[in-house]
Design a binder for this molecule. Structure first.
Ligand code: UD1
Length: 419
């Protein structure tokens, strides 16, 4: 099993180009099930989850031409697709369940594996299923699979999500594009990746109107156009590298981003004492001052992202005083804490709250990654510790970070992949 070896204490300085967003690419790829003319998607991040979603589409019968050099995927659906999404492709990637909505909307039937378990919480999909039922679907769960059918097709209706959910908003938004009549979605997630999905679907010809921040109206249609789309940048990857520069007191230019959509994170890091110069499509990060402690709570967008919680915790171990984090999205997202403690961090956990005592000296250690963002937080901790750190189980990291060791070593880090 591959691992990463990091020799800490080097500044991360230079330029990093941010890749396309994984969390935008996955729903966009799932929504191509609706298309019957050629769709071209550019700025695709070369990460494992995206390869898995591309494999899922081609297993179902889509012609998927993946030009990895150009980071471009062309998809053509010449014939009817198979409406079956097998367990072996969904067990590692929860977003695979996003094919359920489009399959059901277009083919009126689907058999989709329940996505695999996840370290950060139970992560149910009841909002997805309840909404599809309201749109007329019959759903049964048997042998680990969702059996869904809508003999007369899905019908538009009003759906208010009980809690803000990124995946449920995406699944139902895509399904509603091919439902009969109008669907009104209320209490939707408003993450930039959902906005990118809406831009993509509207280019295809879908009739979607955002009303205020959390409501979306969709009028069902039947035919889609051939289009090209550039996926939005990955704001979590960008945030991770801001923290890498701040931790190591480097000077880093982070390119190919739109800073306007990550102002919550940028302003919070500035409050901690990180210098960030904001330009139209890049930022420059440096740190001269001492870091101040801060209290944060993870929230749906535009709040502080849960996907950056583990990374900012590492920065907090270096601040003056005590910082706190309230994890407001997932019930079990502090899996990285025990490994950080083994490096010397002082962190107390009570339920969904963490207290991080600053000015800790981190020592390198052999560590075990537990999920995607936890693994990158251990890499960050390794960059700032004095001796060697080895991060095991980096298949988690490969699900969502493109060329991490290449991007970091180009900027001065001593990091290498071991077989
Ligand atoms: C997406 C992101 C993930 C991010 C998360 C929160 C992708 C591929 N993944 O995950 O990186 O951490 O948003 O920003 O975009 N919930 C239910 N029932 C449901 C659906 C969700 O109870 O049917 C709960 C979840 O357990 C969680 C909360 O709602 O507590 C939010 O989850 P959700 O926004 O759906 O996360 P994902 O879409 O899975």
């Amino acid at each position: 099993m591959q691992k990463l070896e990091i020799k800490g204490g080097r500044k991360i300085s230079g330029t990093i180009i941010i890749s396309g967003s994984k969390n935008a690419t996955l729903p966009i790829l799932a929504s191509t099930i609706l298309a019957n003319k050629k769709v071209t998607i550019k700025n695709i991040p070369l990460v494992k989850d995206v390869l898995t979603m591309a494999e899922l589409l081609s297993t179902m019968g889509s012609i998927v031409r993946f030009d990895k050099k150009k980071k471009k995927i062309e998809i053509i659906n010449k014939k009817s697709l198979k409406t079956f999404a097998p367990y072996h492709l969904l067990k590692t990637m929860r977003a695979g369940v996003l094919v359920l909505g489009p399959l059901l909307a277009k083919y009126r039937i689907a058999k989709v594996s329940l996505p695999g378990g996840c370290a950060i919480g139970s992560r149910p999909i009841n909002f997805h299923l309840d909404a599809l039922k309201k749109m007329g679907a019959k759903i049964k769960i048997k042998d680990g699979y969702i059996f869904a059918s809508a003999k007369k097709g899905l019908k538009g209706c009003t759906i208010k999500f009980p809690k803000i959910s990124v995946g449920a908003t995406e699944n139902i938004l895509i399904a509603a594009c091919f439902a009969k009549g109008e669907t009104k979605l209320k209490n939707c997630a408003s993450e930039p990746e959902i906005n990118d999905l809406i831009i993509f679907l509207k280019k295809l010809g879908c009739k979607i109107k955002k009303i205020g921040k959390r409501n979306i109206n969709i009028l069902g249609i039947k035919e889609l156009k051939s289009i090209t789309h550039n996926v939005i940048f990955d704001r979590i990857e960008a945030g991770t590298y801001i923290i890498a520069a701040a931790l190591t007191k480097g000077k880093l230019k982070i390119k190919n981003i739109n800073p306007k959509i990550m102002l919550t994170e940028i302003n919070l890091l500035k409050k901690m004492g990180v210098n960030i110069i904001i330009k139209k499509n890049y930022i420059i990060v440096s740190r001269s001052k001492k870091l101040k402690s801060i209290n944060i709570s993870t929230q749906p967008y535009p709040g502080f992202p849960t996907d950056l919680q583990a990374q900012i915790m590492v920065l907090m171990t270096k601040a003056e005083g005590v910082s706190t984090i309230k994890e407001g999205i997932f019930e079990n997202r502090f899996m990285h804490v025990s490994e950080l403690r083994r490096m010397g961090a002082q962190i107390e956990i009570k339920g969904n709250k963490a207290k991080i005592f600053g000015k800790s000296k981190l020592n390198g250690a052999e560590l075990m990654a537990t999920d995607l963002r936890a693994s990158v937080c251990l890499v960050l901790a390794g960059l700032t510790s004095f001796n060697k750190t080895v991060v095991n189980r980096i298949y988690h990291l490969d699900r969502g970070y493109e060329n991490l060791e290449y991007k970091l070593s180009n900027c001065g880090a001593q990091i290498k992949r071991l077989q």
